[in-house]
Write a protein that binds this ligand. Structure first.
Ligand SMILES: C[S@@+](CC[C@H](N)C(=O)[O-])C[C@H]1O[C@@H](n2cnc3c(N)ncnc32)[C@H](O)[C@@H]1O
Length: 379
């Protein structure tokens, strides 16, 4: 795209300085009008005759024409030790939309064909600009016995494996703009991406306030795992040793962070026991369940881990509704709306549903499905 524009700019006519210098003043209004029309017509002719032809092959579909919108919020730059990465060009507020993007192409998780043949076929169907944006992406884990120059299908597969993300149930897709986001663990990642079935696009939100110049980081793994597990996974799947602000903590602080993260995971498991029901010996009541949610929240505050809170508060609203605790249902629904809005957007279907629950808690589908109990709201 950029190269094409550069070529076009070079072929613009240079202004005719001599003619401009010798132009005479207008003697009447009709002459003025006639000259204006003539100028407008020639400007229009020059403009249209220099535009690339809008044939199927040369016009970029609007979703790939991203520079105009993204340049006001982030830029893609070289980041030492990471290849390319995304940096904020202005302060970004928590909950702001960073980008929306449609997939270049998608691949079902289970396919019968060989993955490299499947991807090569998908690439052949793409517009040339879109294909170039795919081939420009980085890749790791390329088989050592192959030569990239003579194995284009294997290169495409490696690019796909390094950059593909979920694009719906059982589907993965390629999003060349979001694919420039590097990874950070627990408190280090500051943006989150989500697939929207409604509209079929990926949306990236700022999970935290991000200062101008700061790198935008997402997470490639379950960041609630301890450092050695996260690092081993990232090394194997993505070919790098993570040195994010959490992974590079001194040992004592890193151990404290790991302890918090494993406590969060264990509390999530304890919370899930509510789902076993009242009659199961391992089941827990709503008061304990909501107590676990509050504990998770507190430890996450200490750790700086803010992701998945919309879902967590929404689950607490479910428990409260099941026990017919109207005020707790409303309070957790409001909490869920707040945090979902940061992470998946205030216009997401989950938020729309929760707004109805915040108004009419009795309309919750779990209402009165368990014994009546005051479970309590968020702190
Ligand atoms: C999806 S791409 C991200 C964009 C990539 N840096 C690029 O240049 O296009 C994933 C690759 O980026 C690099 N990467 C991502 N996060 C990193 C990090 N925290 N430290 C070092 N390299 C990282 C790794 O090479 C990884 O395989």
């Amino acid at each position: 795209m950029a190269r094409r524009q550069l070529k076009f700019a070079k072929s613009q006519p240079t202004p005719n300085k001599k003619r401009r210098q010798t132009a005479q003043p207008f003697t009447s209004s009709w002459q003025f009008f006639a000259i204006c029309v003539a100028i407008a017509a020639s400007v229009l002719y020059l403009y249209t005759s220099k535009q690339p032809r809008r044939t199927k092959q040369s016009a970029a579909p609007p979703e790939y024409d991203f520079a105009a919108t993204d340049s006001s919020i982030f830029t893609v730059v070289d980041i030492p030790g990471k290849g390319k990465g995304v940096v904020a060009v202005r302060d970004i507020k928590q909950g702001e939309v960073i980008l929306r993007e449609r997939p270049l192409f998608t691949v079902p998780r289970n396919i019968n064909a060989s993955p490299s043949t499947y991807i090569a076929n998908q690439l052949n169907k793409l517009h040339d600009i879109a294909r170039a944006s795919f081939l420009n992406l980085s890749y790791v884990n390329f088989p050592a016995h192959l030569d990239p120059d003579s194995s284009p299908d294997e290169v495409a597969l490696a690019i796909f494996q390094t950059n593909a993300v979920m694009a719906g149930e059982g589907i993965v897709g390629i999003f060349p703009r979001m694919a420039r986001l590097n990874h950070g663990c627990s408190s280090a990642f500051n943006v989150v991406y989500n697939w929207r079935d409604e509209g079929a696009f990926l949306i990236v939100h700022a999970l935290k306030d991000i200062a101008k110049g700061q790198e935008l980081l997402t997470t490639y793994t379950d960041s609630k795992r301890p450092r050695h597990e996260r690092r081993a996974y990232l090394k194997e799947q993505y070919g790098f040793t993570c040195t994010c602000s959490v992974c590079s903590l001194p040992d004592a602080l890193s151990q404290a962070s790991d302890a918090r993260l494993s406590m969060i995971s264990s509390l999530y498991n304890s919370f899930a026991r509510w789902g076993k029901g009242d009659n199961d010996p391992e089941g827990i009541d709503g008061i304990r369940a909501v107590g676990y949610v509050r504990e998770i929240w507190d430890i996450e505050d200490e750790e700086g881990y803010w992701s998945e809170r919309g879902q967590l508060a929404s689950d607490a609203a479910w428990v409260a509704a099941a026990h017919s605790d109207a005020s707790a249902t409303q309070a957790w629904a409001r909490k869920a709306i707040e945090w979902y809005s940061y992470e998946i957007g205030a216009d997401a279907p989950q938020v729309r549903a929760l707004r109805k629950i915040a108004k009419n808690p009795e309309k919750h589908q779990a209402w009165e499905t368990r014994a009546k109990l005051e479970v309590g709201g968020p702190r």
